[in-house]
Design a protein around this ligand. Structure first.
Ligand SMILES: Cc1cc2nc3c(=O)[nH]c(=O)nc-3n(C[C@H](O)[C@H](O)[C@H](O)COP(=O)(O)O)c2cc1C
Length: 208
């Protein structure tokens, strides 16, 4: 029996991304988000235009997408309800958001220089993707939501999650992303079933 409901959110479960960007004064900002999807070397980020991250992305046109493993859940949770924006929008104030200038300090995460962009990588994250902004779309006028298309230009992966005999691939059995589902944190379970797509897809990638 299905019920017809009026759900306020449709966050069915996606990996958390920590986006590092540079503020106008040159200091780094760091923000958790999870409305992201991936296609080839691109990623589409769904973010509120009220965030400091979007302000920084519009100005700097670059960022690092840092993917925390499930083991980093408490560091990520320390960033919840924080913003790098000094003037906090009313709806965020009502939710209990606070301005935090040093998000790396707040989360005990370490900023290290990236190679091609000015924003830092998060050292503790096993996946660090340097990216440039290609397009910024307004999501659903008149709201402040933006769909930001970025292109990944440099990929840094912790060797512990790479396929042993092919170091250009991430081993999905070793990678344990932090998942946000309906505003709660989860990890992934074990592999369920062999996928018939895996082998032909990977050989096609190798041939291109
Ligand atoms: C786990 C997690 C996932 C989040 N996902 C999103 C998201 O996908 N899009 C978004 O706009 N905000 C998301 N938020 C809220 C932002 O982190 C929040 O707006 C924050 O203030 C942005 O920081 P900034 O203003 O310093 O950029 C998420 C928060 C958490 C803790």
């Amino acid at each position: 029996m299905h019920k017809t409901i009026n759900s306020k959110i449709f966050y069915f479960g996606t990996p958390v991304v920590l986006i590092s960007t540079l503020n106008e004064n040159g200091t780094p900002n760091l923000a958790p988000m999870s409305s992201a999807w991936w296609l080839n070397h691109s990623c589409m980020l769904g973010m509120s235009g009220n965030s400091q991250t979007v302000t920084n992305l519009i100005r700097e046109r670059e960022c690092v997408l840092n993917l925390p493993s499930a083991a980093l859940v408490s560091a990520v949770d320390k960033l919840a309800l924080t913003t790098g924006k000094k003037r906090i929008p009313d709806y965020k104030l009502n939710m209990g958001y606070e301005y935090v200038a040093d998000k790396f300090g707040r989360s005990n995460l370490t900023a290290k220089p990236a190679q091609l962009v000015k924003a830092p990588v998060v050292h503790e994250c096993p996946v660090q993707l340097e990216a440039i902004v290609k397009n910024i779309h307004s999501f659903d006028e008149p709201s402040f939501l933006k769909a930001i298309e970025v292109e990944i230009i440099k990929t840094h992966i912790d060797e512990s999650i790479l396929v042993e005999d092919n170091q250009n691939y991430i081993d999905p059995e070793k990678w344990k992303p932090l998942i946000m589902s309906f505003c709660e944190f989860f990890s992934l379970g074990d592999k369920l079933h062999h996928s018939r797509l895996a082998k032909p897809f990977i050989s096609q990638c190798d041939n291109n």
